[in-house]
Design a protein around this ligand. Structure first.
Ligand code: COA
Length: 487
């Protein structure tokens, strides 16, 4: 027994040494990269001789942008997974840690196919690997420690304090791997609400989006676009990539925090702009102004008024009586006013002092849009789009999700991608919306729960087959019911 223990111990020591050697190898590669980066920074131009020679490989064949970056993905639900999925599309090796037997709660949420991972999960976790680890099990913590040593970034969006309760405090992680970047999504930043759990619509409400969305006469509205969750995930991805870049110079990791309230406010910044403009008079491009309705102390809901400073409105198109999406968004951009006047059959508006200038038009917007609508309603939204685009008038058809799912051009660009899944079959996902000319997006299906556990234990963490068997028996990677059966 004692000898067996000894052998196991020495095997573990050997594995640890091996993974330590890997870390040292990586460290020296990164040290060199840091040296090069600081020299390049001194030169301060794009011609630095310290950069590698420009690759001769054809574009798209020189590896992926984040190749070599390994992410310890402790995320769940939507905000964090959005971030890590994007990093995976860019080439990072994303290892998603999930609770044995349960996994990310979204695997079972809004299920459309019995016994298959939901679209909620599959569309947010593509191109990742899944390992199951019980972080509250001592052996599980040992595995996590190894992951911390070998990964570059830990991403998490647990409720405030959950990571600390696991024992994974910043101090601990930083001591274990000083190069580790620890990136978190929280609902709120430091302040009175920092301990609150937060979901999408809470962030939309607290970030100023809901109070400024909807119609003046109605209640605040949340939007369909997940600006709180996916929006914050995008912010976090930028923070991570920046921290990775800074690490080339400093050699050390740092904390990256994105609060969902901050992320939403960043996306709603034009409304904070308008809040400050209110102090200097009414917001003349809001239709409320042309309707003679006085402004209050806070930015009002503006319905479909443009946020871009150019008067605009949503107009009916042919078929609107039966098709809820037969609408076009029409922007009366000042430089194309003459084209608009000609198009709708009001050529005198080009010179009439009541219509000829943007200022003169402001109190008449309601009448103007009613007249434009008399024209748009005679055409389909796609006809309006074609006619207006030909004369540079900015318009946008209201596309239903059905139309988007069937759009050939979105498929061609890889923005909408069909992938095949072993238990649910084919499904559509959103590919990488960011196109890099030298880094084609790597969009693959989401992993099954724990699909890569053994592969990661062996190939990434260096556990030998006997150790993997020991880990399996320990219960650290198996669901509780299996543990009970084994006992
Ligand atoms: N093994 C063992 N335990 C695990 C585990 C694993 N692999 N992974 C997670 N857990 C545990 C955590 O330790 C925590 O336990 P504790 O509370 O006993 O310490 C628990 O599972 C999950 O934590 P929590 O984050 O509180 O989940 P929740 O379902 O109660 O709350 C949110 C969900 C989204 C409200 C919350 O995580 C949150 O506010 N996150 C930050 C904001 C955010 O991202 N919101 C948007 C989500 S789209």
């Amino acid at each position: 027994m004692a000898t067996r223990k000894k052998t196991a111990k020495s095997k573990t020591r050997a594995a640890l040494k091996k993974s330590a050697r890997k870390v040292i190898k990586l460290s020296s590669a990164r040290k060199n990269a840091a040296k090069n980066a600081s020299k390049s920074a001194k030169n301060g131009n794009g011609k630095s001789s310290n950069l590698p020679k420009p690759s001769n490989k054809p574009y798209g064949q020189a590896g992926l942008a984040l190749q070599g970056v390994r992410i310890l993905d402790f995320t769940h639900v939507q905000s964090g997974p959005t971030c890590t999925q994007l990093l995976a599309y860019m080439g990072a090796d994303v290892i998603k840690v999930e609770r044995p037997g349960a996994g990310d709660v979204t695997r079972g949420q809004l299920r459309d196919v019995p016994n298959a991972d939901s679209l909620y999960f599959t569309m947010l976790n593509g191109t990742k690997r899944s390992i199951t680890i019980d972080s509250k099990h001592p052996k599980g913590m040992e595995i996590l420690n190894r992951l911390i040593k070998t990964c570059d970034v830990l991403v998490e969006n647990f409720a405030p304090g959950a990571l600390d309760r696991m024992g994974l405090t910043w101090d601990y992680i930083h001591k274990t791997n000083p190069r580790m970047i620890v990136a978190s999504v929280k609902g709120f930043g430091p302040g009175p609400y920092e301990d609150c759990k937060v979901y999408e619509n809470v962030a939309q409400c607290a970030g100023g989006a809901a109070s400024t969305t909807g119609f003046r006469e109605g209640p605040p509205l949340v939007t369909g676009a997940q600006i709180g969750d996916s929006g914050t995930g995008l912010h976090l991805a930028l923070g991570i990539v920046s921290a990775l870049y800074q690490r080339i110079r400093t050699g050390r990791g740092q904390k990256v925090l994105c609060a969902m309230q901050d992320g939403v406010l960043n996306l709603a910044r034009v409304k904070l702009r308008d809040q400050q403009r209110l102090a200097h008079g009414p917001l003349t491009e809001y239709s409320q102004y042309s309707e003679g309705v006085p402004f209050g102390k806070a930015v009002p809901r503006a319905g479909n008024d443009s946020g871009g400073g150019q008067p605009a409105w949503l107009l009916k198109c042919k078929g609107w009586e039966s098709d809820p999406d037969a609408y076009i968004y029409f922007i009366t951009q000042a430089p194309v006013w003459e084209a608009i006047s000609d198009l709708i059959g009001e050529p005198t508006w080009k010179t009439d002092p009541d219509y000829a200038t943007p200022k003169a038009r402001l109190p008449r917007l309601k009448k103007i849009f009613a007249r434009i609508e008399e024209w748009t309603v005679t055409k389909t939204k796609f006809e309006v789009m074609d006619i207006c685009n030909a004369v540079d008038i900015p318009v946008g058809p209201i596309l239903s999700m059905k139309e988007i799912a069937e759009d050939e051009s979105l498929r061609k660009t890889g923005t909408v991608v069909e992938v095949d899944h072993p238990t649910r079959g084919k499904y559509l996902t959103v590919g990488n919306p960011i196109k890099l000319s030298d880094s084609p997006a790597d969009v693959r299906r989401s992993p099954l729960l724990g699909e890569h556990t053994e592969e990661i234990l062996k190939d990434v963490l260096g556990y030998k087959a006997a150790e993997v068997a020991e880990i399996k028996n320990s219960g650290a990677i198996t669901p509780p019911e299996k543990k009970e059966k084994a006992a």
